[in-house]
Design a protein around this ligand. Structure first.
Ligand code: RIB
Ligand code: CA
Length: 322
């Protein structure tokens, strides 16, 4: 594709996020990718409380030289349930790998006056058919936006989430993935709204491992985004070593998978199933897919089931070391 063809096919995204180490990797990948234009960032609780994830979003955009991208602060608790444990035990006290982010670095950078849900709804309605929502944290802001303005389900170009799993055990309960488990009511709204939803769940995100050699190459490169990822990775590597016994400094590649899908969907193989989210009990927050395609008639979700890990990692590394 020529540069102008890429520009015409660009995905304009709203990035809904709880940064978070892998959220930072995903945002930086998006910002260096010509296929993607980040039109706004919205923040949510998850890997930390929302004050911290908003601070991290502002600092990431400052670091990336993109303080012009608007940030809207969102929900600090799920739609219905009380908030569970936030993710500092995975992502560090500052949710950014313990690099000491305690304040917003650029005093001129402030979140918008409108809450995330309103910003999502207004942005989508102002650009019908153009905006793809990429949500890589609990789906609370998206659920609230749907309640505020149900027509976004027709007006959005699509939704790509990191969350859930079809055939892989959960990472916060035997069946549930963290983002869905953190707000199952919001997830149920998102899966039921009838828009074009792609689910990058644990089936693919745990099938791609970045390891110490990978991060060392990013650190060695002259690319300051890559160097930053190399700087925040050790905390995430330690969690994966302790929790899962991963060798060689390996980590799962959760949130970058949602961005990789937009950059190159041929990296993945997808199956379309109705997905239901139990709201309580031992399966709370699971994403149960009707894989026989005969029991449920609710909207089909594009579930990513397999990934070409080597090609994905090569693409990521090339872009973050260039
Ligand atoms: O389960 C992985 C997800 O939980 C990722 O989005 C990670 O950032 C955490 O929020
Ligand atoms: Ca996340």
């Amino acid at each position: 594709m020529t540069q102008s063809e890429i520009a015409n096919h660009k995905h304009k995204i709203l990035f809904d996020t709880d940064p978070g180490i892998d959220d930072a990797m995903a945002l930086l990948l998006a910002l260096v990718s010509p296929e993607i234009e980040v039109v706004g960032v919205t923040t949510v609780f998850g890997n930390s409380h929302v004050e911290a994830t908003t601070r991290n979003a502002l600092n990431l955009l400052d670091l990336a030289g993109r303080p012009d991208i608007p940030v809207a602060k969102g929900a600090d608790r799920p739609m219905v349930l009380p908030r569970g444990q936030t993710g500092e035990f995975v992502h560090g006290d500052d949710a950014m790998g313990n690099i000491g982010w305690t304040a917003v670095h650029n005093p001129d950078q402030k979140p918008l006056d409108v809450p995330a849900a309103q910003f999502i709804a207004e942005t989508i309605m102002a650009h019908p058919g153009e905006i793809t929502l990429v949500a890589v944290g609990p789906l609370t802001n998206v659920g609230l936006a749907l309640q505020l303005e149900p027509r976004i389900a027709q007006a959005a170009r699509g939704v790509v989430i990191m969350g859930g799993s079809v055939a892989t055990p959960g990472n916060v309960s035997p069946l549930a993935e963290a983002n869905i488990h953190n707000d199952p009511h919001a997830a149920a709204l998102v899966f039921g709204a009838g828009w074009d939803v792609t689910m990058a769940g644990l089936d693919v995100t745990m099938a791609v491992r970045m390891d110490e050699d990978f991060f060392a190459a990013l650190r060695r490169s002259g690319n300051r985004f890559g160097q930053f990822i190399g700087q925040i990775a050790p905390c995430y590597q330690q969690f994966h070593r302790e929790r899962y016994g991963y060798p060689d400094g390996g980590v799962d590649t959760h949130d970058p998978s949602a961005i990789a899908y937009l950059i190159d969907p041929t990296l993945f193989r997808a199956e379309r199933w109705s997905v239901v989210v139990p709201l309580d009990g031992p399966a709370m927050g699971a994403t149960i897919a009707d894989r026989r395609g005969r029991f449920w008639t609710t909207p089909k979700v594009n579930c990513l089931m397999q990934v070409d890990a080597a090609r994905f990692l090569a693409m990521f590394q090339a872009r973050l070391t260039a």
